[in-house]
Design a protein around this ligand. Structure first.
Ligand code: CFM
Length: 562
């Protein structure tokens, strides 16, 4: 009898907790909406979800739509997504920014994708530390910038002899109508190397996400499939959507190579033009950042039949699970055994170190408001450390990143998304192989595998969140301030634009884009670095010296700020 009472009591208590958490969260959302007009309120409410365990499926969220004019959120532009994120890190291509100097200058070296020389790419063929821009001036805007761009390509070829060149468009180039495609084509004929033109004018689409798509299309159409050399090995894989921020990709290559995989290409962190040409010769694609690279994964599936597996190498449990699923894909007993050996050895090595950090991190809460995938991935690493991400936000993700890929056919296209060409590729006559042939297994075995380890699928962030937690799309400073004041996290994970404001509010803040010059954060060694950085951030005595603004006596606001 006692145990029944205990159960009932526990259930009541749990019910009470959930109700108060929900009421509290409703209150937070009401405060966020308070200053808004009815139209803005209606719009912003659609970009919020509260996780509800009772609901069978994820409520629909509005995502990848225009930010309301006048509200400053954290998004970037299409040029940033194309040049800054996807094609900029290709180490042996010169990437020219065609436009006034600001776009090239401010995207120069700010994303910490690292590159180094390898067997095929000597040091003098790596251009990622340099900034190339046409520096358009008023006469170029008035009379057109095509000649200046052509001259610049000639100069780049004469000085650096690169293997290939990217040209990325900025807003004014699209407005004055420079024909980048024609300039690139003429340059290819003059120099006998590939010159790719990306029409990634900043205003295309609603965020940098449009630039990812434009970059994916061009890389897929113009580079992938041009090579013929498969790297030696029985298990040849690509790691897509990994950009080697702070050396993440190198830590993952260390682990994957030791298990017995051949890493054909990491796209695009520390990748080379030569490797991308051979992308189609791998057996399997791993997808780390779904948002930025799912287009190439999907197009390769259509054109070559290459299956893809969504992985997450952020966190120990997440890494171990991804490695096990990866081994399952090849169905090889030796590979499975080696995987278990490495998992056991690495987990045993890092666990005692993480245990030490857990002593100060256990029970702490965090928010993450980042681009389009880290707010999901880092939940696993935080849980390894005894922490909980109570609010997760994306700047520019699409509905499938929140709700899962099954919603893709139901996503409405609008004027902004129609702006970005959608390539529909058909199976390549010579190179298409059925997915099970890529994995060297029978169709039956492949179907069994697919039932256990979902291939070509991503479930989104929603299932990982806990009851009552908030998911927010395209958050702005005002909303972030209210969330911090009401939910009082111990740690805020975001970018440099809000980092220092949050510090001044007395809350530790870590940059999750560039890792504040630290890293790697991926894999086993990355988990240690992250735990150390977060433990330091939370325990620094500086917090004792700061009084959050809401704890100070309210000073009357001056008219000019009202
Ligand atoms: Fe993918 Fe990225 Fe991200 Fe992204 Fe980015 Fe980035 Fe990011 Mo900054 S590709 S979506 S456009 S994981 S640069 S390495 S950290 S916003 S969450």
């Amino acid at each position: 009898m006692r145990s029944v009472f205990a159960l009932v009591n526990r259930a009541r208590q749990r019910f009470g907790e959930v109700i108060s958490a929900m009421a509290d969260t409703e209150g937070t959302i009401d405060s966020m909406m308070m200053p808004y007009s009815d139209t803005v309120k209606k719009n912003r409410k659609k970009h919020l979800i509260i996780k509800d365990d009772e609901e069978a499926c994820c409520p629909q969220i509005e995502a990848n739509t225009r930010t309301i004019p006048g509200i400053i959120s954290q998004r970037g532009c299409a040029y940033a997504g194309c040049k800054g994120v996807v094609v900029g890190p290709i180490k042996d291509m010169v990437t020219i920014t065609h436009g006034p100097v600001g776009c090239g200058y401010y995207s120069w070296g700010t994303r910490r994708n690292k590159a180094r020389a390898d067997d095929n790419t000597p040091k003098d063929k790596i251009y990622t530390q340099l900034c190339f821009t046409t520096d358009m001036q008023e006469p170029d805007i008035v009379f057109g910038g095509e000649k200046k761009l052509a001259r610049m390509i000639d100069e780049v070829v004469a000085t650096f002899h690169p293997r290939a060149i990217n040209i990325c468009a900025t807003c004014p180039v699209g407005l004055i109508g420079d024909d980048l495609g024609a300039v690139a084509k003429a340059a290819e004929e003059r120099h006998g190397i590939q010159v790719l033109a990306y029409n990634c004018e900043g205003y295309k689409g609603v965020s940098q996400s449009a630039g990812h798509h434009i970059a994916n299309n061009n890389v897929m159409e113009k580079i992938v499939g041009k090579g013929t050399e498969r790297k030696p090995g029985r298990f040849v894989i690509n790691l897509l959507g990994e950009y080697n921020i702070g050396g993440d990709g190198w830590e993952l290559e260390r682990i994957l190579k030791e298990i017995g995989y051949t890493v054909n290409c990491v796209l695009t962190g520390d990748s080379s033009y030569l490797d991308i040409k051979n992308l189609h010769l791998a057996d399997l694609n791993l997808v780390q950042c779904h948002r930025s690279i799912n287009y190439i994964a999907e197009m390769m599936e259509a054109k070559y039949g290459t299956p893809w597996l969504k992985v997450n190498f952020i966190g120990i449990d997440a890494t171990n699970q991804s490695l096990r699923q990866l081994a399952r894909c090849f169905g090889d007993p030796e590979l499975a055994q080696k995987t278990e050996e490495i998992i056991e050895r690495e987990t045993a090595r890092v666990t005692p170190i993480l245990d030490q950090y857990r002593k100060v991190l256990q029970g702490k809460t965090a928010f993450a408001i980042v681009g389009g995938s880290r707010s999901h991935h880092y939940q696993y690493l935080l849980r390894d450390l005894g922490m909980e991400m109570i609010i997760a936000g994306y700047e520019f993700a699409h509905r499938d990143d929140y709700e899962g890929r099954q919603v893709i056919p139901t996503i409405k296209t609008d004027a902004d998304s129609k702006n970005i060409p959608e390539l529909h590729l058909i199976p390549d006559e010579k190179m298409y192989k059925e997915p099970h042939v890529h994995l060297n297994m029978s169709k039956e075995k492949f179907d069994e595998l697919n039932a256990e380890v979902p291939l070509n699928y991503y479930e989104g962030i929603y299932p990982t969140m806990k009851n009552g937690q908030i998911i927010i799309d395209d958050a702005n400073h005002h909303e972030v301030e209210v969330l911090i004041q009401t939910k009082k996290p111990d740690l805020f994970l975001s970018g440099v634009r809000d980092k220092y404001i949050v510090h001044k509010m007395g809350v530790a803040s870590k940059q999750l884009h560039a890792y504040d010059y630290s890293g790697p954060y991926a894999g086993y060694n990355g988990a240690i670095t992250f735990a150390r950085d977060v433990a330091r951030a939370l325990t620094t005595p500086a917090w004792k010296l700061i009084t959050p603004p809401w704890e100070k006596e309210q000073e009357p606001r001056s008219e000019s700020h009202a």
